[in-house]
Write a new protein. Structure first.
Length: 255
């Protein structure tokens, strides 16, 4: 698979005991080249207007897949929304990232659904695919229990205002993505003392692994990420599952 090019190159560098500056720059070039080989999401038929109303939630549990046509966004991103709050895991501390963001400290954010959607659309012009899942109150509680278990090993983090991030939309250097979010909405960031989510890596410990960890509590095998690494490929599985009869996925809205 084409994604193997990115995974193997960055994993090799990650396993080195000492990563020199030259190795980091080489790793960044390898990652960037690998990203260009990956298939892009087709956004040609999507209404990307910033004035579109936000789709109303039709379920207490949603999986949100992000899509962009430029930068690292071609790999996609995936979040989970639980009863009106989005939980998003990623490398949000850009000062702690190396390998062009492929490795860094894991950060989880919690934000209100509507505010978060508006921010994603206006700041980075993302397209969001919102998958609604049919779940019972008991199943929602199972998800919450898993989330609570992860948060027991966390502490809150406040992003600084350092100018360290390149915005591929505006093509300007600016404050990190997380800092902008704090200015726009009530959002809480968490870092981890322990657990597998303390370290973020693009090829394994990423946003998809976090979502998969939570939804695994539902014990719905077709919903699991299994060997899928990137959200852009996981979306294909969600689309396939949506088309089946009696599927746990009842709807997909695009924003």
């Amino acid at each position: 698979m084409k994604q193997t090019y990115v995974i193997m190159a960055t994993k090799l560098l990650n396993e080195s005991r000492c990563i020199s500056f030259n190795m980091v720059k080489l790793g960044e070039r390898i990652v960037e080249k690998g990203i260009r080989l990956l298939p892009l999401m087709d956004l040609s038929q999507v209404d990307t207007s910033l004035e579109r109303p936000i789709p109303e939630a039709t379920s207490k549990l949603e999986i949100i897949v992000h899509a962009m046509e430029i930068g690292m966004g071609v790999l996609g991103h995936v979040d989970i929304c639980i009863e009106g709050y989005v939980y998003s895991y990623g490398n949000y501390d850009e000062l702690a990232c190396i390998l062009n963001g492929a490795r860094g400290e894991g950060v989880l954010l919690k934000a209100p659904r509507e505010d978060y959607f508006k921010f994603c659309k206006r700041h980075y012009q993302k397209t969001l695919y919102i998958y609604s899942l049919e779940v019972t109150d008991e199943q929602i509680q199972l998800i919450k229990n898993r989330l609570e278990k992860v948060l027991k090993e966390s502490f809150t983090w406040s992003p600084p205002d350092d100018i360290c991030s390149f915005n591929p939309v505006s093509e300007k250097l600016e404050e990190m993505y997380a800092y902008f979010m704090v200015q726009c909405m009530p959002v809480t960031f968490y870092k981890f003392r322990k657990t597998q989510f303390k370290l973020y890596t693009m090829w394994r410990n990423n946003c998809l692994l976090f979502v998969d960890y939570l939804v695994s509590a539902l014990k719905v095998r077709p919903l699991r990420a299994r060997m899928t690494t990137f959200p852009s490929l996981y979306q294909e599985r969600l689309e396939s599952l949506k088309e089946k009869q009696h599927s746990i996925i009842t709807d997909c809205q695009i924003y």
